[in-house]
Design a protein around this ligand. Structure first.
Ligand code: P6P
Length: 335
């Protein structure tokens, strides 16, 4: 048996490696891990608890039907984080505006942005779903979080991570000090144990591309040509890539991170900015992808250089092995 390292121990060890790290930031990550354990418990029971399954009948700011587990995950994240004393505000996919820290709690110098349960349309069919989070440092004066504290480029992130609730629950995170580390939840002891230290995107990558080809006819010519180059056409053999698309961002990205390849959610005729959100989906996954040796682009620019215009701004997204992301950018330019 290799040594057993819990996420708490790992965070402390990482903090010791970097004298500049502050304990406040580390305990913020503990709290996220706690929230992930609680959400994991409910997600893994979803099939058994009648009142959790199905929809609330509401729609969120994105106009998407809200699933009960969405509500639950949102509430757990807020309840686990709002009294930590480390945050000046929060941003969630489920809330139109900034989530302030209640007056009764001490405020801190970090901002937590998150998608509490991404891919929730897959809940009722037992497909893996995930939580995505991003941490920024407060930049505006005063105690309360402001839009300026939230609308920062991904390059400024202090930390980013995701939890995938799949055949096992895994938490993957990176910090400004670099390194991507994966922890698998052992539900029998309620601990995230280090299972994937120092994740690097494999090079050469697996020949896998991930995109929803149902939208092929709406794509630009360059996007169509890139996918045809990867998988071939009736007349051309192409590069012999295979397609894998789960339709759950965290799962599609997690596979890409561990095996290599490329995940794409392109812009198209009906969604000129794509579907995925910059602040709490694209930017955190881009930070992880780059820290693991990959690239993340909107098809033209690095995701981490984009400055969001609004809390729920969307972006086209290309994530994965550097060479493949660069090939996609070249195909889009030539298209
Ligand atoms: P489409 C899930 O609803 C989600 O937000 C992401 O998790 C996923 O990558 C994407 O939408 C799937 O969208 O248009 O392919 O169904």
């Amino acid at each position: 048996m290799t040594k057993l390292v819990t996420i708490d121990r790992h965070i402390i060890d990482q903090e010791r490696l970097h004298p500049g790290a502050s304990g406040r930031f580390s305990s913020l990550l503990y709290d996220v891990a706690l929230a992930a354990k609680i959400i994991s418990r409910e997600v893994n029971m979803a099939g058994l608890i009648e009142d959790i399954m199905g929809k609330t009948g509401d729609t969120n700011v994105q106009g998407e039907e809200v699933q009960r587990l969405d509500d639950y995950a949102q509430e757990v994240m807020i309840k686990a984080m709002d009294h930590s004393g480390h945050l000046c505000c929060m941003v969630s996919e489920e809330c139109e505006d900034i989530i302030p820290i209640p007056e009764k709690f001490k405020k801190g110098k970090y901002v937590l942005l998150f998608d509490p349960l991404d891919g929730s349309s897959n809940i009722d069919v037992n497909v893996s779903i995930g939580t995505i989070f991003s941490v920024h440092r407060k930049v505006s004066p005063g105690e309360d979080g402001t839009l300026d504290d939230c609308l920062q480029a991904g390059r400024k992130q202090l930390a980013a991570g995701y939890v995938v609730y799949g055949s096992s629950t895994m938490l993957v995170y990176t910090t400004e000090y670099g390194g991507v580390h994966g922890f698998t939840l052992d539900p029998s002891i309620g601990e995230f144990l280090l299972s994937h230290p120092d994740i690097r995107i494999p090079d050469p990558p697996s020949k896998t591309y991930s995109v929803n080809e149902a939208y092929f006819s709406r794509w630009s010519r360059g996007q169509q040509q890139f996918v045809e180059q990867l998988r071939g056409t009736a007349n051309e053999p192409g590069l012999g890539f295979r397609s894998r698309y789960i339709g759950s961002l965290v799962s599609d990205f997690h596979r890409t991170l561990l095996t290599g390849g490329i995940f794409m959610y392109p812009r198209d005729r009906t969604s000129p900015e794509g579907k995925l959100r910059l602040l709490y989906e694209a930017a955190p996954l881009a930070m992880i992808c780059e820290a693991a040796g990959g690239r993340a682009s909107d098809g033209d620019r690095d995701i981490l250089d984009l400055v969001p215009e609004g809390l729920h701004a969307r972006t086209p997204l290309y994530l994965g092995s550097s060479d493949l992301v660069s090939m996609a950018e070249a195909a889009l330019k030539a298209g």
